[in-house]
Ligand binder design. Sequence first.
Ligand SMILES: Nc1ncnc2c1ncn2[C@@H]1O[C@H](COP(=O)(O)OP(=O)(O)OP(=O)(O)O)[C@@H](O)[C@H]1O
Ligand SMILES: O=C(O)c1ccc[n+]([C@@H]2O[C@H](COP(=O)([O-])O)[C@@H](O)[C@H]2O)c1
Length: 197
Amino acid sequence: MAVGLLGGSFDPAHPGHVHVSRAALARFALDRLWWLVSPGNPLKPRGPAPLARRIDRARAVIAGDPRIAVTDIEARLGTRYTAETLSALLHRYPGIRFVWLMGADNLADFHRWQDWRGIMGMVPVGILARPGQRISARRSVAARTFAPFRLPAPASRLLARSDPPVWCFVNIPMRDDSSTALRRGGVWPPAPPQGRP
Ligand SMILES: Nc1ncnc2c1ncn2[C@@H]1O[C@H](COP(=O)(O)OP(=O)(O)OP(=O)(O)O)[C@@H](O)[C@H]1O
Ligand SMILES: O=C(O)c1ccc[n+]([C@@H]2O[C@H](COP(=O)([O-])O)[C@@H](O)[C@H]2O)c1
């Protein structure tokens, strides 16, 4: 079974997450997709809304798609860095072919992640186009360093069955939803329940 992993703050989840998830299922021939709702991105100084609220919202946003599961795996494993999460998952689920998924904005910054080269050696990586990020992603340190291991987009359905390091960038119809825009618009985070701080 091939499972895509979409890690994120999901602060909050939005239709862009669902859109890239469905595109990844189709383009990378995945059977399932797990959202890993992060306890907190190690590179973001500001802490996100409480995990339970982000998970509730994520479940509401994906309602109706049985192929996508919302998980708190990183909180359960006690991991925050993706390299640690992946090694724990590979150890725990030896029969699953995992694919790490991310939007093009994360490819642009990927060389700042802990043990990013190690991540490329652990699992295939699928990148999904995001508005305004195409050039920075293409020119990124990670894209240049791993250029020889890029799977051409027309072969994207082979990604999960390819041995790492391997990565594939797919151009999908783009949506410009972002959690930042929702936070700036004041619709998130919701007010805490009365009587609680
Ligand atoms: N509209 C989108 N198009 C492509 N990828 C997206 C989109 N929205 C989110 N992603 C990807 O989904 C993953 C999780 O995203 P995240 O939860 O950080 O949402 P975000 O909208 O990027 O949040 P923020 O604005 O706070 O950075 C990341 O890999 C991100 O690149
Ligand atoms: O491992 C790292 O060093 C690392 C640095 C930055 C981001 N990440 C992961 O990237 C995913 C996307 O994060 P975010 O906050 O952009 O949604 C999420 O799973 C984070 O844990 C991981």
